[in-house]
Design a protein around this ligand. Structure first.
Ligand SMILES: *[C@@H]1O[C@H](CO)[C@@H](O)[C@H](O)[C@H]1NC(C)=O
Ligand SMILES: *[C@@H]1O[C@H](CO)[C@@H](O)[C@H](O)[C@H]1NC(C)=O
Ligand SMILES: *[C@@H]1O[C@H](CO)[C@@H](O)[C@H](O)[C@H]1NC(C)=O
Ligand SMILES: *[C@@H]1O[C@H](CO)[C@@H](O)[C@H](O)[C@H]1NC(C)=O
Ligand SMILES: *[C@@H]1O[C@H](CO)[C@@H](O)[C@H](O)[C@H]1NC(C)=O
Ligand SMILES: *[C@@H]1O[C@H](CO)[C@@H](O)[C@H](O)[C@H]1NC(C)=O
Ligand SMILES: *[C@@H]1O[C@H](CO)[C@@H](O)[C@H](O)[C@H]1NC(C)=O
Ligand SMILES: *[C@@H]1O[C@H](CO)[C@@H](O)[C@H](O)[C@H]1NC(C)=O
Length: 257
């Protein structure tokens, strides 16, 4: 007698499961994506991916399908390591990629906005150019052999003041300095990179509930793309029990027959 009811249930169930197969387009679009050996996810997204998949200002250019490049005003930085757990990245200036040791092309000063901050900067490398024809003898030991730069020293060196007077242009680059390091191989020093931490809405609640974090440009705020629909913070967990509920009813009906 309940056979019609059973058909109704099966019909409803099939519609429901169809609906859950058809995931939210943003959820689908925002799957973590690879760039070289890196797995890129919120707050970062790759140029070409839907910009709602990341936080504003966290676009990466996946250069040569290998290097995730962060374009911080003035310089491009290659992201060497992502530390999603403590929200930081190790980066190095893209200018040092593929250059011979000590032959660095033109670079600019690092200029950070409020999204990224330097973590534990241990030293500052100062590079000088447009120096007077014959720099004073005390500066000779800082001369570099090739590249755009004429002198390389550390911010703390006593002769920085003299160099500032004798050279018309300088840039400052953060470096991690360990005991015994000199600046002769300043390209190698820069290749080591440095750590930047980032500020963006926290993703953990959304991620732990099975969602993918993103940004709602219309409302201009963080959003959590859940499998079925976007939600404000995280995905509620009750949803998936719905089809199971129907299955249970069908089982009860079948048992009664
Ligand atoms: C991002 O994806 C959504 C959903 O598919 C689409 O409506 C929107 O136009 C996309 N935006 C961009 C910039 O591609
Ligand atoms: C971004 O990457 C593409 C392909 O790797 C490259 O052609 C383009 O010049 C890059 N753009 C910038 C601004 O670096
Ligand atoms: C995050 O962890 C990595 C690896 O443990 C470390 O190198 C990096 O300095 C840490 N970042 C911050 C902001 O502490
Ligand atoms: C980033 O690091 C700086 C310097 O260590 C610290 O003052 C700041 O609180 C950190 N910011 C975040 C979001 O962790
Ligand atoms: C900061 O850098 C110094 C070396 O310059 C290191 O001894 C120290 O452990 C670093 N601190 C953190 C929190 O990474
Ligand atoms: C440095 O020198 C070059 C050529 O000698 C010149 O074109 C440039 O304007 C100079 N830059 C500065 C900041 O003096
Ligand atoms: C180079 O140095 C010498 C001696 O210190 C000085 O006489 C000469 O004027 C300097 N030349 C230039 C171009 O600065
Ligand atoms: C880079 O910053 C230093 C001070 O931190 C400044 O003396 C120098 O003029 C700046 N260079 C350029 C090219 O803006």
């Amino acid at each position: 007698m309940n056979i019609q009811y059973l058909y109704f249930c099966v019909f409803t169930l099939s519609i429901l499961s169809q609906k859950s197969n058809c995931a939210d387009p943003f959820y689908e679009a925002c799957a973590p994506i690879n760039c070289g050996k890196h797995n890129i996810r919120y707050p970062f997204y790759i140029k070409g991916q839907n910009s709602s998949c990341g936080y504003p200002g966290f676009e990466l250019n996946c250069t040569n399908n290998e290097y995730p490049v962060l374009q911080i005003p003035q310089n491009n930085y290659i992201v060497d390591q992502f530390f999603y757990n403590n929200r930081s990245v190790r980066v190095y200036n893209a200018a040092v990629l593929n250059v011979e040791t000590g032959c660095l092309p033109q670079i600019r000063n690092l200029s950070l906005d409020n999204k990224f901050s330097l973590v534990n900067e241990s030293a500052e490398l100062v590079l000088f150019t447009n120096c007077s024809m014959n720099v004073s003898s005390e500066l000779l030991r800082y001369r570099v052999k090739c590249g755009e730069w004429e002198l390389a020293m550390l911010r703390g060196d006593a002769e920085v003041g003299v160099a500032m007077e004798e050279c018309r242009e300088n840039v400052v680059a953060p470096v991690e300095l360990y005991d015994g390091d000199g600046v002769d191989d300043y390209g190698g020093l820069m290749r080591r990179g440095f750590v930047l931490n980032w500020t963006a809405s926290d993703c953990s609640v959304c991620e732990e509930s099975g969602g993918r974090c993103g940004f709602d440009y219309a409302a201009y705020r963080f959003i959590c793309f859940c499998r079925d629909r976007p939600q404000i913070r995280g995905c509620s967990s009750g949803k998936s029990s719905f089809p199971r509920f129907f299955l249970k009813i069908i089982k009860i009906i079948l048992d009664q027959q």
